[in-house]
Design a protein around this ligand. Structure first.
Ligand SMILES: [Zn+2]
Length: 231
């Protein structure tokens, strides 16, 4: 479940016989515990009042997802802004493999690894999956932006740099982190546009933001979702 879509917060309600009303964010999902006599409308109001806190918690979870590697079945894997469930199974096969199905990222590990810590293997498979998706998505965004702006970088590279989603070097080369495909296509477009604007303006000066705004008037929306990354 995508917890926030178009500013609407999705949440699960757990009814209890007594006790108070509590909102929590667990594994990227919003849970509301409420006594039986609290109406749906009242719960909705409570969730809306806490919207800012909820989105902060969800963002923390997403950022942790990137740093941590505690991969277990049921973990949410984000692809293009959607949540997929990680399923890890063991089979009598030679090499580990990953397939993306409807809302599921299925990883099959050889039986012989059963007693080992396989989190590194899973981490690598997921990194490779993001790289594969990134090749196509970033190329599409680059092409779209090139046509829209009528300028192009000397070259671009898909490369992981810690805490950095995109970078534009002095020799007009653009670097995009493949992990960007966790975010929606709109955010990929935004980061690519942002780096293209750096081809003209190196720093985040007023003119830089004016250029951004001209091509993407709602860009601040995306900045808020992205949170703590460099670009
Ligand atoms: Zn920048």
């Amino acid at each position: 479940m995508q917890a926030i879509k178009n500013d609407v917060i999705a949440y699960n309600v757990c009814r209890v016989a007594n006790g108070g009303c509590y909102i929590s964010v667990q594994n990227g999902e919003v849970q509301v515990q409420a006594p039986w006599y609290i109406t749906r409308e009242k719960i909705q109001t409570l969730v809306e009042e806490k919207a800012k806190w909820i989105s902060e918690k969800l963002r923390e979870y997403e950022n942790e997802n990137i740093k941590k590697r505690n991969y277990i079945s049921g973990k949410k894997i984000k692809i293009l802004g959607d949540y997929f469930n990680l399923v890890i199974i063991y089979e009598n096969i030679k090499l580990p493999k990953l397939v993306v199905e409807e809302k599921i990222v299925k990883i099959t590990i050889p039986n012989k690894y059963k007693r080992l810590d396989v989190s590194d293997i899973i981490g690598i498979l997921i990194e490779k999956m993001y790289e594969r998706i990134a090749i196509k998505e970033i190329e599409d965004a680059m092409e779209k932006t090139r046509i829209m702006l009528g300028i192009a970088p000397e070259d671009y590279e898909i490369k992981r740099i810690k805490h950095t989603l995109g970078k534009c070097s002095n020799n007009k080369k653009i670097m995009i982190n493949p992990d960007i495909v966790m975010f929606s296509k709109e955010i990929i477009d935004y980061i690519v546009l942002h780096e293209f604007c750096h081809l003209k303006y190196k720093t985040h000066a007023r003119k830089f933001y004016q250029m951004l705004e001209k091509y993407m008037p709602n860009y601040t929306e995306y900045e808020n979702i992205i949170g703590n990354f460099n670009y």
